[in-house]
Design a protein around this ligand. Structure first.
Ligand code: AMP
Length: 228
């Protein structure tokens, strides 16, 4: 059966800078599934100056998490849209155990499940290096390295045209804080999903292509909702 012929409920786990967004985009393009990034959804609210965006901006800029009761409804509403019927790739959500429990309840109501949780392992040294050099496209969220491009350059994706910028939470002090919060609040999700037999550990220190191939392999052998 082709990968695109079956349901995939994917949650990509990993620290900030581990390459979750890059891999989520690649899977989304190759299997035609929606890439749902909670960070992107929040940044869109900030850009549109919605009440939620105004509330979230200070927390995001200082490297803190937004409260679960803000993050959960945003993702729940997105999962209820029609394009998620064949599956989804969640990037940056859940980030806490209560969010993971809430996600299970939402998926249960929607008749969906999580079929695979790839966990991208990257050393703290490499995370710091990557975030220090990261540029992000304001339109499509694609990330680039400051080594080859500069803020204000234009995204290289065909038909995008977005301007590249440095995220305000990518400065070294905020990075350290985000990684510490990840260790404390998000890393416990590794055993949470391992206990449910859906975790797949992948080294995030290989090339983008190699990791992508590993993820496709894992998707081929992942279980269906009936088997979980
Ligand atoms: P990201 O783009 O995933 O790195 O997220 C950027 C920032 O948005 C995070 O540092 C948090 O402040 C906030 N954020 C994104 N997703 C969540 C979430 N699931 N729970 C709480 N805060 C989040």
């Amino acid at each position: 059966m082709a990968l695109s012929d079956r349901f995939h409920g994917i949650v990509i786990l990993g620290a900030p800078g581990s390459g979750k967004g890059t891999q989520a985009k690649l899977i989304s393009e190759s299997v035609d599934l929606p890439h749902i990034s909670s960070g992107e959804l929040l940044r869109a609210n900030i850009a549109n100056q919605t009440p939620l965006g105004i509330m979230a901006k200070g927390l995001i800029d200082s490297g803190n998490l937004v409260p679960d009761d803000v993050a959960v409804p945003i993702v729940r509403d997105r999962l209820m849209q029609d394009d998620c019927k064949r599956g989804f790739i969640l990037d940056g959500f859940p980030r806490t155990i209560p969010q993971a429990d809430a996600l299970n309840s939402v998926l249960h109501v929607l008749g969906m499940c999580i079929t695979l949780v790839p966990y991208l392992r990257v050393s703290e040294r490499m995370l710091m290096q990557r975030l220090m050099h990261r540029l992000t496209c304001r339109v499509c969220g694609t990330t680039y390295s400051l080594v080859s491009l500069s803020p204000g350059d234009i995204c290289e994706k065909p038909d995008c045209g977005g301007v590249l910028f440095r995220r305000s939470d990518d400065d070294p002090d905020t990075q350290r804080k985000r990684i510490a919060i990840y260790e404390e609040q998000t890393a416990p999700l590794i055993s949470y999903y391992a206990e449910r037999h859906i975790l797949k550990r992948v080294s995030g220190e290989h090339t983008v292509d190699y990791i992508f191939r590993k993820l496709l392999e894992a998707m081929r052998s992942s279980r269906t909702c009936d088997q979980i």
